[in-house]
Design a protein around this ligand. Sequence first.
Ligand SMILES: *Cc1c(COP(=O)(O)O)cnc(C)c1O
Length: 388
Amino acid sequence: MNHNDSLSNKKPATRFIHAGAEPDPTTGAIMTPIYQTSTYVQAAPAQHKGYEYARSQNPTRTALESALAVIENGKFGLAFSSGVAATDAVIKLLSPGDEVIAASDMYGGTYRLFTKVFEKFGIKFKYVDTTNPANITAALTDKSKLIWIETPTNPLMNITDIAAVAAISKKAGTILCVDNTFASPYLQNPLDLGADIVMHSSTKYLGGHSDVIQGALIMNDASLREQLYFIQKSCGAVPGPFDCFLVLRGIKTLHVRMKQHCENGIVIANYLRNHPKVDKVYWCGFTDHHNHDIAKKQMKGFGGMLSFTLKDASVEAATKVLSSTILFSLAESLGGVESLINHPATMTHASIPREERIKNGLTDGLIRLSVGIEDADDLVEDLKQAIG
Ligand SMILES: *Cc1c(COP(=O)(O)O)cnc(C)c1O
């Protein structure tokens, strides 16, 4: 039995550590070597060991791709040079005239890719509030080919019911792709809920150490895998072997990191909610969050991402907090072991026009936190001195 198949009935901690880990056939090395090569020597023309040219196949990437499949309960994984490269590959399944129904509240770079790159190739994007799945049904036409959702969303922590959207998608014959970056495979597995493709920015929780840019797609359908693999090798947005090694290594500790992100997230969310200068806290773990019940149903925990606004809604007040934290570093990105603080309006989401942002509730004063796995008391202390 292949190592990966024997993992299917194991618990997450075991799967995350053993996923994709076959001893190296030539030496027995327990860690997959970094195959830093561009090509492979053939015994005779077209007589090779399954590896011809490293854009198409690389053993370090193969190990990572099989690990990605294991951790998302999927059959196939594909690794890309970034999260947006993975998204780009999914959109390239489509043809001019096809329509995509996408969430109105999602990662700014996804919105930019859709509107600024793919619209001019004749693909039409309709943005709807997917927290109410009826809005998706209303937007469907006979040209709809793909539904793109993100849950929880970046940065407003809105929740979409994946199983409900999957049922709509199945009935309509569309492909459902879920950006699972914020939850990570430890907290949520969209394929189990009926999604066709799961997308990750592996840059975030999968890598987990803020030291790599990478993306992933995971799926069960063999023909979808063939089409996406064809796009991966034809368009060439593949990650290098060292980056694959880093993500493979990150995955081994995903479960312990996520447990701590969740614990610290609870502490910080409650601290902020009780702070007299804080207005709103966006975190799906609160029982009065509008889709808390769905979050509870489809997630194992609520993660380390949250956003908040101050009662003083001015950009100046937010800027003061953003510039005063010491442990929370002011930076884009998320999901690393160290805590980050970010101003979506001018940083991660600056590519979304202001009126679009405001319409969706992403105000100028919104502050986003990626709560790391440092000591929770120290993190609270840091926010206390920054908010004042
Ligand atoms: C970061 C991010 C992306 C894009 O991934 P990159 O690795 O930066 O290309 C997509 N979706 C979400 C939710 C993200 O946070």
